[in-house]
Design a protein around this ligand. Structure first.
Ligand code: ZN
Ligand code: ZN
Length: 181
C-alpha cells in the first residue's frame, strides 16, 4: 500500500495531523518500471502541510505514472484553506482546486523542483504548500458585497451600522450648512 491510511500520525494540539499523511512510499512503482501507473485518492482532514500552512482538508484523486525520468503526478486536489476576508477579517473557509501535473524526478536531480530521494518517498506537501501560498496571495472576500470594517471604530459593518456612521465628515457638514442657506 503506497498510502498508509490509518497509520498513527502525530496530532497537534489544534487537532491538525502531521504532513506525514501527504507522503507516499512509491518504492513499488519505482521498481515496476516505466509505463506503470498507480491511482490513489487522498482524503485527509486537518493537516499541517508546513510550518506556515494548515489546511482544513486535502482530498481528490492522484495518478502516479512511472516514467524514465521519475514519477509523473497528475490529479485534481481540493484543499480547504482557512483564510480570512481581506475586508472584514472574519474567518473564511476557502475551497480551492489544485490541478496537479508535476514530475518528481528519480533519481533526485537539482534541475527538478520536486524529486524522490533514495527512501522512495514521494511527498506532495511542498507542492500543495506552493499552490496554497499562490492562492492565498490573491485574497478572498467573505461575500461579494462585504461591507468591511469601519475605518473609524473598527466595527464589522456586515453586522449593522456602527455609532460613528451618524457623524459626518466636517467638510461635508460645512457644505450642508451652505446648502441650507
Ligand atoms: Zn468580509
Ligand atoms: Zn464606526
Amino acid at each position: 500500500m503506497p498510502f498508509q491510511a490509518g497509520k498513527i500520525v502525530k496530532q497537534y494540539t489544534n487537532g491538525y495531523v502531521s504532513n506525514r499523511v501527504l507522503k507516499m512510499n512509491v518504492g513499488f512503482l519505482l521498481t515496476a518500471g516505466s509505463g506503470h501507473t498507480h491511482n490513489t485518492v487522498f482524503d485527509v482532514p486537518q493537516v499541517r502541510v508546513a510550518e506556515d500552512v494548515d489546511l482544513a482538508y486535502v482530498r481528490g484523486p492522484l495518478r502516479l505514472s512511472r516514467t524514465k525520468e521519475g514519477i509523473l503526478v497528475q490529479g485534481e486536489l481540493h484543499v480547504g484553506i482557512e483564510d480570512e476576508c481581506y475586508r472584514c477579517l472574519s474567518p473564511v473557509l476557502r475551497d480551492m482546486t489544485i490541478d496537479v501535473e508535476e514530475l518528481y524526478a528519480y533519481p533526485s536531480s537539482r534541475a527538478s523542483e520536486f524529486s524522490i530521494d533514495d527512501d522512495a518517498i514521494l511527498d506532495i506537501a511542498p507542492l500543495v504548500r506552493a499552490e496554497t501560498i499562490i492562492a492565498d496571495a490573491r485574497g478572498v472576500l467573505c461575500r461579494p458585497d462585504c461591507k468591511g470594517l469601519c475605518p473609524n471604530c473598527g466595527a464589522n459593518l456586515n453586522l449593522g451600522p456602527c455609532d460613528c456612521q451618524e457623524e459626518i465628515d466636517p467638510r461635508l457638514a460645512k457644505l450642508k450648512e451652505l446648502l441650507k442657506k
